[in-house]
Design a protein around this ligand. Structure first.
Ligand SMILES: [Zn+2]
Ligand SMILES: [Zn+2]
Length: 246
């Protein structure tokens, strides 16, 4: 997955640079409750408004596949093949310093970052994304992976979003039945083949309006495959959200 790609901090970029360069040594100091994880200013949400406003936001993009759209002439990839998702939202771009927060969170095993990142998503996701939604389904991890990592990052983000928006969090209706190898470095076609048969969904989804949730959307293969399975199980509407688009 792109979110595990090594990426060096850009030196001398605003007030975060020094803080992020010393991330390893001082990480725990940043996790004091009531402080912004980026600038240490007091904030109840974990990432202060000033830092959140400076994070890289997504520009104009296709409403059904999230591909950046520089021109208002329609999306070439959705015109080639009808999209699996009814709508998709990716409020941020997967770039520094958000990429470092996500790396520190899941790669570095700092689950304390779940709440600030979940609040960030909740604050910047349009209300339309959760209006009329029956349930939010986070991308499931295979049991073996869950034991290794100790938490499911998508489920953690979804938990905060659902609590703040009053939407039902469903972690039961979809499961990951195959422990597929990492998608990192695979082509779009290979990613698709890699995920075939990875998910299974229960009949409880019949007629449901479902919002899928992932932490980072790269090619969209994971969300599209999950959407296909959920739709096959009878869901009436399938939309998706990822905190960031890689
Ligand atoms: Zn801050
Ligand atoms: Zn599109």
């Amino acid at each position: 997955m792109a979110c595990l790609d090594p990426e060096s901090p850009r030196p001398g970029t605003g007030h975060w640079a020094g803080i992020l360069q010393s991330w390893g040594a001082t990480a725990l100091e940043w996790l004091y409750p009531g402080r912004c994880v980026l600038c240490l200013d007091p904030t109840p949400t974990g990432i202060c408004e000033g830092c959140a406003a400076d994070l890289p936001r997504s520009g104009p993009s296709c409403p059904t596949c999230a591909e950046p759209l520089p021109f208002a002439s329609g999306c070439p990839s959705c015109q080639r093949r009808p999209p699996t998702l009814d709508a998709v939202w990716t409020p941020f771009v997967y770039a520094w310093p958000l990429s470092h927060l996500l790396l520190a969170y899941k790669g570095g095993g700092r689950p304390q970052l779940a709440r600030p990142l979940g609040s960030l998503l909740s604050a910047h996701l349009p209300e339309a994304a959760t209006e009329g939604i029956d349930r939010v389904i986070p991308v499931p991890l295979h049991d073996r992976r869950l034991v290794q990592r100790g938490f499911n990052q998508s489920e953690d983000l979804a938990r905060t979003l659902c609590r703040q928006r009053g939407v039902y969090l469903d972690t039961q209706s979809v499961s990951r039945v195959l422990a597929t190898p990492s998608q990192q470095g695979l082509s779009r076609r290979a990613r698709k083949a890699n995920l075939r048969g990875a998910f299974a969904a229960s009949a409880a989804l019949s007629g449901q309006r479902v919002l899928l949730l992932d932490d980072v959307m790269t090619t969209g293969t994971t969300l599209n495959e999950l959407a296909r399975v959920v739709r096959h199980a009878g869901a009436a509407q399938v939309t998706a959200v990822a905190l960031a688009r890689a």
